[in-house]
Design a protein around this ligand. Sequence first.
Ligand SMILES: Nc1ncnc2c1ncn2[C@@H]1O[C@H](COP(=O)(O)OP(=O)(O)OP(=O)(O)O)[C@@H](O)[C@H]1O
Ligand SMILES: CC(C)(CO)[C@@H](O)C(=O)NCCC(=O)O
Length: 372
Amino acid sequence: MDHLAHVSNQPNTQPQSQISHLALDIGGSLIKLVYFCRYDDSCRDDDELRSQNESLGSKSDNSRPVLGGKLHFAKFETSKINDCLEFIHSMKLHLGGGAYKFADLFKEKLSVIHQEAFTYLDGQKEFAQIDPNDLYPYLLVNIGSGVSMIKVDGDGKFERVSGTSLGGGTFWGLGRLLTKCKNFDELLELSHQGNNRVIDMLVGDIYGGTDYAKIGLSATTIASSFGKAISDNKELVDYKPEDISRSLLRMISNNIGQISYLNALRFGLKRIFFAGFFIRGHAYTMDTISVAVNFWSKGEAEAMFLRHEGFLGALGAFMSYEKQCLDGLTVNKIPQRFPISVSSAGNKIYCSMNGKSNGNGNESIECTVYGT
Ligand SMILES: Nc1ncnc2c1ncn2[C@@H]1O[C@H](COP(=O)(O)OP(=O)(O)OP(=O)(O)O)[C@@H](O)[C@H]1O
Ligand SMILES: CC(C)(CO)[C@@H](O)C(=O)NCCC(=O)O
């Protein structure tokens, strides 16, 4: 998460696109893009939307304008920044209008996204219903190329308290060199089939296959990541790429889980949110981090993951547009013809889990906004 930028769409004389809001987060590995794309016919009164709102208990009013559209999430490798610029150009994201009109809405109303945070234990994803009054303080661990740990005490009240250079870039960089994988997802996929015990030195390897009960370590605990590679008379080619990938993923995830826990302990924080594109919703990564946090904290602290893990920086930039007009906008639910739903309760946006994703980390969320 490095360079955050808002691209505010100025009114212009060229043909207007329906893209009204765009934010970029240019990181060490990836560029993340969040943009809101209005439907062509979005500025209208829509009976279908209204009746659905009524069925949800929202007030309807025939005079209110409707802004319907999609919130899109896209990413590009930072080394391919030209592809990103080409995309922005081809989609006419740099044109368009309406940014000011709805700026406030995005800033104020997108602050709570329903079904965003979840725990992951024993292969089970469980969405958390977090009471906004009981959200702070927490530790946010952003696992990008490197790792930043941020203590968040309130809305806009935060401090970077720690970090480590052993992050997603380390996993991808070392993995690329050691396995010859050509892309990150391939490396992650490989780890599924791997066995880290081939390369990692376990407590049992040191203590004749038994637990080291005296100091509370089981035989299967990793004593030394990659430790077996020193004692074997083996070369790199003698190891399977999948085992290397598995050990590497375990090493990085464990280390981050442990440092995160130590920082949570340092400030008495019970909740740790993990974000950043390293996670990629990957079961083994989340499991390793959760187990590490649970193990070190003896069950006291909880690891939580975020559905839009890699887009936090871009979303933050998206929501920090300058305060403009239209203070009284409220957000309403989306028609059922759309695959994803966003509904209102109070004045926050709530999104369901059924995001339209291309499996590539890119996704879109449909939403509809009523002016008041
Ligand atoms: N398609 C991909 N290409 C490259 N890396 C990927 C990909 N998907 C996931 N990753 C992982 O995500 C990491 C980058 O995550 P993210 O985009 O959150 O951080 P960043 O903003 O680039 O980094 P930083 O904040 O440290 O500058 C990579 O180092 C890699 O581990
Ligand atoms: C340098 C940043 C903040 C860039 O987002 C990130 O990659 C990071 O937190 N790296 C770890 C630096 C450290 O604390 O050792």
